[in-house]
Design a protein around this ligand. Sequence first.
Ligand SMILES: [Zn+2]
Length: 322
Amino acid sequence: MEKKMGFVETVGNLVNLLLSNEKTKIINVIVACRNHRLRAFLFPRWTRLPKNYIDHFHDKDKTIKPGSSEMAGLVITVDKDVFEFSDDKNVREALNYVSSSEEDLKFVDEYLKDKKIKDKSENFNLPSGRQGLKFPFLAEKVDTLWKKGIKNGFVREECLKGIETKSYEDGLIEVQYNGRRKSIVSFSLVEKRKKGEEECPYCSYEKGREDYPWNGYIISANPYPYYDHHIVIVNEKHTYQFIDKNEIRIMVEFVLNAPEYMVVYNGPPGTTILSHMHFQAGIHSLPVERAKTRVLSGDGNLTVSKLVGFPTRVFVVEKIIV
Ligand SMILES: [Zn+2]
């Protein structure tokens, strides 16, 4: 008898498979739910920094540092010359380089060929009117703490102003220049955090930060946002960055309760804060959401696809939610 898997289990199995292989073990995950389509985008990678930027600038700070948003087509630059260097050709080359190759992903294709993807009903904690009544006001609570953060200066709203954007390939590649973020993404600061020389910013008190406890996590505003309502969702415990089926469920429950948002997980070492498990979320539609897909396996309601013609290799798990 075939075992039905459902969304969380399908995403979780793919994540475990990718984490087990040297060539795919750095992963970014984005979960969003639009028009009744719950989707998880999985971005397998083998390395962190693109060779063409390093070769060109010879400076570890003068490069794009692909995280979820870059892998999803939104490239954020903090130096004017890096912004100018970032055209469709260089961005495509950079993202293609850090992404696992089709050759590296053959074992996943083999896995999917033998696997029958079958949907099953899943119990998520949903807002009122659907199953459960656990977090009926999540979106309002997040909106309140975001607005308070802007009002009291905790959220540096200037990060969202004066941003220059270039767009290529019908919007599948967007490049942003956001010079105001420069100080927080510097190489030396990230190195310090990795070595534990800097105090955990999530555990230490930050003036003006509002915390909202939710589902075993604490939600607060991102002080240096790069999209609207940019928040961090931080584990109650100071525990290393990881992802498993339970954390995928948390991402799903967040977007089902606050459907305007997308939630993002950056796997080690592709995140600036590794020592404390966290997600990011915000109200934004990333280019990857508009890319074309090719179905690999599925039963109509639950499918696994690959993106076609996109700069990075991406698996998409999709479930129709009614
Ligand atoms: Zn911490």
